[in-house]
Design a binder for this molecule. Structure first.
Ligand SMILES: Cc1cc2nc3c(=O)[nH]c(=O)nc-3n(C[C@H](O)[C@H](O)[C@H](O)COP(=O)(O)O)c2cc1C
Length: 380
């Protein structure tokens, strides 16, 4: 079973498992050269992440295929169902965690309680739930639902999570008469293995999203990756939790690591040459319209410029360079901010690309800010 860490003096790493040929850098070159999503390739990728020293894989997910140009180009597509994929990846690995995104909106609490209990028990306590409330009207329409207003979504999500936690914990039937959900009874066994509950993650950044994370979550993924932004998040979390609980600030980043000086930058520039503008605009208008930090980050720019910056991965923590340069950025983030966990998206993801990250981890080990998962009981 994975344990929560009690010390936070080191970094841990999540691999943003590709739920599509590209997730950041919507480059046609990257999309056309990534491995196919066969069971064999997907499992090899998960095993490489485990071997390389990642603590977890993070699987994003949403439902609606309304971004047609992006989808046809392989950008954020094909997107397998995250929790179904999690089962397969957990079956093929031994200790790495798998965090899968499951919506509160569109599900009922008992759905998530049973799915989560099943995956966590099956994997002997290696599952985490990225709690998402949905941010797209197209997705709501797919379920024949009204798109719920932003803060109300979080209020409903809070009640939803309270019920899921009760269904996981209570052996006797519950009787929950809430404002949005009414639930009587209990779920059958199994119950989650992790105690007091599986790892909970969120990536909200609005005041309501941050307050939600502060109340419920173990990790808060943020697009705000400059050191100043990260320090602001630390302060916000400290105020919201009153120091009562620990929430790991988790910058979202993008990595290209190569030994030669300037080699990684050259690859990044080359990938930008094939940035699919139509796909970028489709995805960016969805995300910039719906994700608070993204909106804030690009506020100063014009719309077109903001969309291109978003599609190029500007504004997420860029880990592009030699192992030494990338290690330096991470050591600085660890020493100067409260970041304790980093979620990494590799535009050129493949098993070799993941193994190529290990030299960075070795440098972090020498600097005293990372230790291999096996030496700390495979904690999250
Ligand atoms: C790195 C990252 C990953 C996310 N993953 C998902 C996801 O898999 N599915 C989803 O529906 N929303 C996802 N979101 C969106 C958030 O869950 C949230 O809906 C959005 O940030 C809007 O909330 P906010 O206004 O509090 O920021 C993600 C956001 C970020 C920054």
């Amino acid at each position: 079973m994975k344990q929560r860490r009690t010390e936070h003096d080191e970094l841990s790493f999540g691999f943003f498992y590709p739920t599509g040929k590209t997730n950041f850098l919507f480059s046609d070159e990257a999309a056309s050269t990534r491995p196919a999503f066969t069971a064999e390739n997907m499992i090899a990728l998960a095993q490489a992440a485990e071997e390389a020293g990642f603590d977890a894989m993070f699987l994003a997910d949403n439902w609606s295929g309304h971004q047609r140009a992006a989808e046809l180009g392989g950008h954020q597509s094909p997107g397998y169902h995250a929790t179904l994929t999690a089962m397969a990846l957990l079956a093929a690995t031994k200790h790495i965690g798998v965090i899968s995104s499951l919506h509160t909106t569109h599900h009922r609490p008992a759905h998530v309680a049973r799915m989560g209990a099943t995956v966590d028990a099956f994997s002997d306590g290696r599952w985490g739930w990225n709690i998402v409330a949905g941010f797209s009207a197209d997705e709501a329409a797919l379920f024949g639902e009204e798109f719920v207003e932003h803060d109300l979504r979080y209020k409903m999500a809070a009640e939803f999570v309270d019920i899921v936690l009760a269904l996981w914990k209570e052996q006797e039937p519950i009787d929950f008469q809430g404002e949005f959900y009414q639930v009587k009874g209990r779920i059958k066994l199994p119950r989650p293995v992790q105690q007091p509950h599986p790892l909970l993650v969120n990536a909200g950044a609005s005041p309501a999203g941050t307050a939600f994370a502060a109340k419920y979550c173990d990790q808060l993924v943020t697009l705000g990756t400059g050191e100043d932004q990260l320090r602001r998040l630390d302060a916000q979390l400290a105020e919201l939790t009153g120091g009562e609980r620990y929430v790991a600030p988790t910058p979202f980043s993008m990595a290209i690591v190569r030994d030669g000086d300037g080699e990684a930058e050259e690859i990044y520039d080359r990938l930008l040459q094939s940035l699919n503008k139509e796909a970028t605009f489709e995805i960016a208008s969805d995300v910039l319209g719906g994700i608070h930090t993204a909106k804030e980050m690009y506020e100063q720019m014009g719309e077109q410029e903001a969309m291109m910056a978003f599609g190029s991965g500007k504004g997420v923590l860029q880990l592009i360079g030699t192992p030494e340069q990338v290690a330096e950025t991470l050591i600085s983030a660890k020493r100067n901010t409260g970041a304790t966990n980093v979620l990494i998206n590799f535009p050129l993801w493949s098993p070799e690309e993941l193994r190529g990250f290990r030299p960075v981890l070795e440098l972090l080990r020498e600097a005293g800010v990372w230790s291999p998962p096996e030496t700390r009981g495979y904690s999250w």
